[in-house]
Design a protein around this ligand. Structure first.
Ligand code: WAQ
Ligand code: MG
Length: 271
């Protein structure tokens, strides 16, 4: 299938952004070739109109043709699921995982505290991610409301089919998991990234994750209380070995196509 993606001519990035009362509501994106653009646009519109946090008031679709020679190909991380009793236990587990990945305890705790209180000015969710120094815990993102957005990533068609099958076996096949896995794959492939922490801004979606190159993608059943709308992401950077311009260019602009999936372990297995 991938061969056909590459031979059927141009590949496009298609991105949807929905807003309400001037705020960000949701976004999603795909990489598709020309003949698939129309169906992809319809699916993104449908998705925005059915969003659990409310009805979109504005909806933007952007389409950009990509330079095929720039595509970076990669693999999804392995998936594990940790069941915890509540979000307090979940955050303790996240802290331990982040430390294993090389993030200082104070930096991990500072990032979790920021996400919990709403990391954007005014105590609301950011539209993108914080960039957090893995030793100092300092925040480096240029704009604390927008944050840094990972963009232009997708699964190759064969990988999407394989992922659906592997996730279904464990009852995990939902759009949140699929999309977060693709995003985490791109983030972990980015130069200077040590780990990622995420929990959703959807009030009913309490599962979050910690991802790192050696840990893979570790889902944690509760990272926030049910009903909580504040969510977000922290991308932890190696402060002594990163080039901010290079990192931002990779996350935002370089197209990333995951061609292979990782192993999906059954929920509840020990790490
Ligand atoms: N780049 C950077 N940050 C983003 C992006 C992006 N493309 N999209 C969203 N964010 C940030 C933003 O602050 C959102 O408020 C926050 O992440 C959460 O986004 O394995 O649904 O789309 O069961 O609500 C993770 C667990 C679900 C999935 C994550 O995130 C699983 C989720 P949401
Ligand atoms: Mg959301």
């Amino acid at each position: 299938m991938l061969a056909s993606v590459l031979m059927d001519g141009d590949l496009y990035s298609i991105r949807m952004h929905a807003g309400r009362h001037g705020d960000h509501l949701c976004g999603a994106e795909r990489l598709v070739h020309g003949p698939e653009l129309e169906a992809a646009a319809a699916a993104l519109v449908r998705r925005a109109l059915a969003h659990p946090r409310g009805q979109a008031e504005s909806l933007r679709i952007s389409i950009d043709r990509l330079d095929l020679s720039q595509i970076v190909r990669g693999r999804l991380p392995d998936v594990r699921t940790l069941a915890v009793a509540d979000f307090h236990a979940g955050r303790i587990a996240a802290l331990a995982l982040l430390q294993r990945a090389g993030v200082a305890a104070a930096a991990a705790q500072a990032a979790m505290a920021s996400l919990a209180r709403g990391a954007a000015p005014g105590g609301v969710s950011m539209r993108g991610a914080m960039l957090v120094g893995c030793v100092s815990g300092r925040r480096f993102e240029p704009d604390r409301a927008r944050g840094v957005r990972a963009s232009r990533m997708d699964l190759a068609p064969a990988a999407a089919a394989a992922l659906g099958a592997a996730l279904s076996r464990h009852g995990l096949d939902n759009p949140q998991v699929r999309e977060a896995l693709v995003l985490a794959a791109k983030v972990l492939a980015a130069p200077g990234i040590v780990a990622e922490l995420c929990w959703s801004d959807d009030p009913d979606y309490t599962t979050g994750y910690v991802a790192a190159p050696d840990l893979g993608y570790v889902r944690i059943s509760e990272l926030k209380p049910r009903g909580e709308e504040r969510g977000g992401r922290a991308f932890f950077v190696a402060e002594d070995a990163w080039d901010p311009q290079r990192l931002l260019a990779f996350l935002q602009d370089v197209p990333f196509l995951a061609e292979d999936i990782g192993t999906v372990f059954p929920p509840g297995e020990n790490l």
